[in-house]
Design a binder for this molecule. Structure first.
Ligand code: NDP
Length: 281
């Protein structure tokens, strides 16, 4: 039976550390601040934004959610970002994705000042990660690496396979694992014979967005399996991994819910505090 990579427990421990850092900034008269921009009323986005607000509250980070109507123009959105770029109380700016279809996501993200880009999606931060330099690392990939390291999963020299090549999860998590000296394979919807790749993986990351997509026969015995997926099936949240079967084969496994999602919020808080700490120096 696999060892559970318990996001809830790891997050609780990390939040306690972050609380001290938030308090230190507060005591120095430089409290950290996060602004979230939410355009439209996508129900899943509303939940994510609420959870981010709750985490800020728990740590004593000043937070503000700017709710813009569905029919917001690109110009209005970018002007809102500009205002936050100039606001000294705001250390982190997050544009909740996905944006309504008529808006240009890449152009909006490019307007965020890279040092305030706590999601790590700005091309400057993506480029810093790609070139192995220090920058703001995207929260979900950062949380995955944190989980692996905290659980003591060996990385250097190991085979890592990432299913998914999105800019927000697949690619950055692969780069982080490469920087940890894993041998990394990216798989995607055009990959031929997916199982032949996944069965070689010592570390298998599933970021596909398809419920219970990774089955036990796709997993190498003893592998660390990280489930990033958030899928709603019959009103329940399930991951991209068939947890019940895969936990019998894997060495380590992260559950959904209570896994990567928890770490993502923690890392957003850490990125916001780091931005505020940099500014305070
Ligand atoms: P995307 O839809 O952007 O990417 C999905 C990836 O899966 C694509 O690269 C796609 O390939 C690949 N894929 C789709 N079908 C297959 C297939 N049959 N075989 C192999 N690969 C396939 O999703 P995201 O990266 O944004 O998110 C992935 C999942 O993670 C979602 O469930 C999302 O909700 C969740 N998520 C969870 C977070 C958390 O905090 N826990 C944070 C962010 C996302 P191709 O590129 O060829 O289309």
């Amino acid at each position: 039976m696999a060892i559970l990579m318990d996001g809830k427990a790891l997050a609780a421990e990390k939040m306690a550390e972050l609380k001290k850092r938030a308090q230190a900034l507060h005591d120095a008269g430089r409290p950290a601040g996060l602004s979230v921009i939410l355009v439209g009323d996508d129900p899943a986005s509303q939940v994510y934004v609420r959870n981010k607000g709750k985490a800020c509250e728990e740590l004593g980070i000043y937070s503000q959610t700017l709710r813009l109507p569905e029919n917001t123009t690109q110009e209005e959105l970018e002007s809102c970002i500009e205002t936050l770029n100039r606001d000294d109380r705001v250390h982190g700016i997050l544009v909740q994705l996905p944006l309504p279809g008529h808006l240009n996501e890449a152009a909006a993200l490019a307007r965020i000042r890279p040092e305030k880009d706590v999601d790590g999606f700005h091309v400057e931060n993506a480029g810093l990660l790609f070139t192995g330099q220090e920058g703001v690392v995207a929260c979900t990939p950062k949380g995955i690496l944190y989980m692996l390291k905290k659980t003591g999963v060996p990385l250097s020299g190991r085979e890592a396979v990432v299913i998914g090549r999105s800019n927000i999860v697949g690619k950055p998590v692969g780069m982080l694992l490469l920087n940890e000296n894993c041998t990394v394979t990216f798989c995607h919807s055009r990959t031929a014979d997916l199982s032949s790749h996944t069965r070689r993986a010592d570390i298998l990351v599933a970021a596909v967005g398809k419920p219970r997509f990774v089955t036990a026969d796709m997993v190498k015995p003893g592998a660390a399996v990280i489930d990033v997926g958030i899928n709603r099936v019959d009103g329940k949240v399930v991951g991209d991994v068939d947890f019940e079967q895969v936990e019998k084969v894997a060495g380590y496994i992260s559950p959904v819910p209570g896994g990567v999602g928890r770490m993502t919020i923690c890392m957003l808080m850490e990125n916001t505090l780091e931005a505020a700490e940099r500014k305070a120096k």
